[in-house]
Design a protein around this ligand. Structure first.
Ligand code: UDP
Ligand code: MG
Length: 310
């Protein structure tokens, strides 16, 4: 059986349509399935809609959080609730086209344990957004030493892989990269990003920035090593400047000291503050992990949910 995990935050207009499209696609491909909608603390009628669908069709299951915990938490809650032999994750707004699912399923049947959805086009996006995403993914790819360009959360994972992901102790996860990190036999499927069906995106520029920084620091210690690099750079700079000053001194032209001093103070001050910021970010991550709070809190769920809930 295939479990489909669908993180949903304020998606009241999408639930019915998404359930219908997925049901049709999967039953047409004669795949046994369950649809797990995870209501991520929506403030609209998302959970009511899920209940409605669930009442009509036993394939539809739902979990609802006590508040908004973010997409990563919704994905993991869905994985935990899933019972299928393989699990797919896809966006509720159907920007991840449903008709790719049977193709992914087929690859899984052929023995692939991780099937990655790769964006062949990024859909409608502003140039600015595209640029930021480009920078973020090239940095992340370097940090993780894996090619993350064009990856997305659209994936199909074997039960084995899901179980491994669920045993990872970290609370702040980056699903997109973790599925690379765990390894396993991987296949890629290209898809075109669709237009959002209803409603609008939940990501602002600031939330994307926060997402990028958190993921970079939760996945790699390279930023910390960059601090050492910055230190080396300032030492080299000061040696260069020292030599220049000496040369000028022996030539009899006294160095104009004041602007140089101010510049140096600003430069070194900048380096120190960036470094403190980076260290602070790691400290914050450690603090959050050490607290050991759960990834999410379940408020309620539909009767037919099994997985790790009962
Ligand atoms: N989502 C979620 N929790 C959040 C934000 C988003 O579960 O806090 C879900 C959302 O319902 C959707 C998916 O994550 O199914 C992708 O969100 P969205 O479409 O807003 O992002 P975009 O496609 O614009 O990147
Ligand atoms: Mg979307």
């Amino acid at each position: 059986m295939l479990s489909v995990v669908i993180p949903s935050y304020n998606e009241e207009d999408n639930i019915a349509n998404t359930a219908a499209v997925l049901s049709k696609t999967l039953s047409d491909a004669s795949i046994d399935y369950e649809l797990i909608f995870v209501d991520d603390g929506s403030v609209d009628k998302t959970y009511e809609k899920i209940l409605e669908e669930s009442g009509k069709d036993a394939h539809v299951k739902g979990v609802s959080f006590s508040r908004n915990f973010g997409k990563e938490a919704s994905i993991f809650a869905g994985l935990e609730a899933s019972t299928g032999d393989c699990v797919a994750v896809l966006d509720c707004d159907l920007q991840h086209p449903a008709d790719v699912l049977p193709k992914m399923y087929k690859l899984w049947e052929e023995g692939f344990e991780v099937v990655e959805g790769i964006k062949s086009s990024r859909g409608k996006e502003s140039i600015f957004h595209r640029l930021c995403a480009g920078i973020f993914y090239s940095i992340m790819s370097k940090l993780i030493k894996m090619d993350m360009k064009s990856t997305s959360d659209y994936k199909l994972l074997d039960r084995k892989v899901v179980n491994v992901l669920l045993t990872l102790p970290e609370k702040k996860t980056f699903f997109r990269a973790l599925s690379f990190w765990v390894g396993f036999k991987t296949a890629k499927v290209e898809y075109d990003v669709m237009e959002r069906q209803y409603g609008k995106t939940k990501w602002s520029f600031m939330s994307l920035m926060r997402y990028a920084i958190n993921n970079a620091t939760s996945f790699s210690t390279l930023p910390l090593q960059m601090i050492t690099f910055l230190g080396v750079v300032s030492i080299l700079l000061s040696i260069g400047l020292g030599i220049q000053t000496l040369v000028k001194y022996f030539n009899g032209t006294a160095a104009e000291g004041f602007p140089t001093v101010i510049l140096l103070i600003l430069l070194v001050g900048g380096f120190i503050m960036i470094s403190l910021g980076i260290i602070g970010n790691y400290l914050a991550r450690i603090y959050e992990e050490v607290k050991g709070r759960p990834r999410y809190i379940i408020r309620t769920h539909t009767e037919n949910i099994l997985g790790n809930y009962k």
